[in-house]
Write a new protein. Structure first.
Length: 369
């Protein structure tokens, strides 16, 4: 099938990868619909801060014609990286970015998603449309079935539906596995001077004996952070995450002996803690290419969150859109895209696997973000 402006393309998932893909397809005059399970753009808070790397996320932003808009919101000072001693808070390492350092400025995820959404033609995203499954058809197209029982055929279905992708099932039977590491997220809106001073303008990490605390500066003075630790998948059995006091107690027990100012991040958080157990896809994860279905971002290569997943998802999205705009057929575009995306994601996922081990090692400088 030739790729033309009338090629019918569905993207499942309005995350950063799916939206970047839709934006570049529209820049090339292609029709595209994004189907998203959430009810609206602000159905849930979008999470913390993301650094956009010069060789991945920023490349995607340039291809999408959004680099300048992003740069106006980005925080280069957020590149500061600091390690402190868990028992004394002595600063062990503090990398302050040079004034002209543009290698990976930070931006709030909500702001980044907002600018991608605003860049799309009205009506591109269909909210509250949950995909149930995808069936590849003999003519190279694919049928999308929604949870309300309706179906629609497309020349290409792009699975940008994240870790628990339904689209992935059309290509591989592989499912994410628990990594053995749990993240518990906390946030401080009116961070007091101690929290702010420890965090600096960017990221602070303290770690020892398989436990770590990360704190990251977001925009408007907000601090978001994570208690990170090795734990079995059911470590929280019997713990109700709606009971903030009980979760706090459990965390303080785990971090016993740590300096009171670091424990302050756990004591003083606003609102509930959020449990984010880390799941990963095996490395390598690949599939046999078919013309009517492909994957991008976490759906293709869910890996530990060491500062690359969103960057790669966006680059996947813009690479796929560029291939669709230039290759003679949809099948050829998918092959070109996957030949580029799979090797780089396999290489990065392997590095992130090692990074996760280093993250909780006792070397405070290694892979701290
Ligand atoms: C704690 C944490 C910190 C992180 N920090 C960073 C960082 O600093 N830098 C970085 O680059 N990466 C970071 N990451 C990784 C990054 O968040 C992901 O890699 C990135 O969001 C993947 O983007 P995506 O578009 O592939 O998927 P997602 O962002 O997961 O988007 C998927 C979308 O699909 C929708 N969806 C799911 N299923 C369906 C369905 N059946 N039908 C319709 N819609 C569906 C979802 O609602 C969602 O909107 C972090 C991750 C975590 C957990």
């Amino acid at each position: 099938m030739n790729t033309t402006a009338t090629t019918k393309i569905a993207i499942v998932g309005a995350g950063l990868g799916g939206l970047a893909c839709a934006r570049v397809l529209q820049l090339h005059g292609h029709a595209v619909t994004v189907f998203e399970q959430e009810a609206s753009a602000d159905a849930r808070p979008q999470g913390g801060t993301l650094d956009m790397h010069g060789d991945t996320g920023q490349v995607a932003l340039r291809t999408a014609g959004l680099h300048e808009t992003w740069r106006a919101l980005a925080r280069p000072e957020g590149q500061q990286m600091r390690a402190v001693d868990p028992h004394t808070t002595d600063v062990l390492m503090d990398e302050v970015p040079a004034e002209d350092d543009e290698s990976k400025p930070e931006i709030d995820r909500g702001q980044l998603r907002g600018l991608l959404l605003d860049s799309l033609s009205p009506g591109t995203v269909q909210w509250d449309r949950t995909t149930d499954d995808v069936t590849p058809l003999p003519d190279g197209t694919a049928r999308l079935r929604f949870t309300d029982g309706t179906t629609e055929n497309f020349d290409l279905v792009v699975g940008a539906d994240g870790a628990w992708s339904r689209v992935r099932r059309a290509l591989t039977g592989v499912r994410p596995e628990y990594s053995g590491v749990a993240f518990v997220e906390f946030g401080l809106d009116d961070a007091d001077r101690r929290h702010a001073a420890l965090t600096g303008q960017g990221t602070m990490v303290a770690k020892i004996d398989g436990n770590a605390i990360f704190a990251q500066r977001n925009s408007n003075g907000h601090i978001r952070g994570y208690a990170v630790f090795h734990a079995p998948e059911d470590w929280h059995a019997g713990l109700d995450f709606a009971d903030t006091g009980a979760v706090r107690e459990a965390l303080l027990e785990r971090y016993v002996g740590w300096h009171p100012e670091l424990l302050g991040f756990l004591r003083d958080n606003d609102g509930a803690f959020t449990h984010r157990p880390l799941y990963v896809l095996p490395v390598p994860h690949a599939w046999t290419s078919i013309p009517g279905v492909t994957l991008l971002g976490d759906a293709a290569h869910l890996m530990p969150p060491l500062g690359v997943g969103a960057n790669l998802a966006m680059l996947d999205g813009t690479d796929l859109a560029t291939a669709l705009a230039t290759a003679p057929t949809v099948g050829e575009a998918v092959r070109i895209y996957e030949a580029r995306m799979l090797p780089r994601s396999i290489e990065t996922a392997a590095a992130c696997q090692q990074g996760l081990i280093d993250l909780l090692s006792d070397d405070p400088w290694e892979q701290a973000a």
